[in-house]
Design a protein around this ligand. Structure first.
Ligand code: SF4
Length: 111
């Protein structure tokens, strides 16, 4: 996942075991098109939550709107195949390191 923002401080999460099988799938988090963005909360303009988006436009809702996912779930996004997949490194190593730093829930950050 490519980070576009600065000033965030994700917290540590529990260690996660990556199976051999998982390294064979395409994980969006390891793709250059998976971007981390800020999403302002509705209550306070200084507060935001972290979301991920596919800048290749592959994540859509049923009615065609772009779909965003909560950042803390990003390691779960996998697909069997994608013509736009552009890996940033070894999947297994990348996911292992990512899971060490992902928040365990949908955190609210202050700008
Ligand atoms: S381009 Fe494909 S692999 Fe990359 S983030 Fe989008 S859907 Fe996932």
């Amino acid at each position: 996942m490519h980070q576009e923002i600065a000033g965030t401080s994700p917290i540590q999460c529990k260690d996660a075991v990556i199976s051999k099988k998982s390294a064979d799938k395409i994980y969006c988090a390891n793709c250059k098109h998976c971007k981390l963005i800020r999403s302002q909360t509705s209550g306070n303009s200084d507060e935001y939550q972290l979301r991920v988006r596919c800048d290749a436009g592959k994540w859509k809702k049923k009615l065609g709107e772009e779909k965003f996912y909560k950042y803390f779930t990003v390691a779960r996004r996998s697909i069997p195949d994608c013509a736009f997949y552009d890996p940033m490194g070894d999947t297994k190593t990348f996911l292992k390191e990512l899971r060490k730093t992902l928040p365990i829930k949908d955190e609210v950050y202050i700008a």
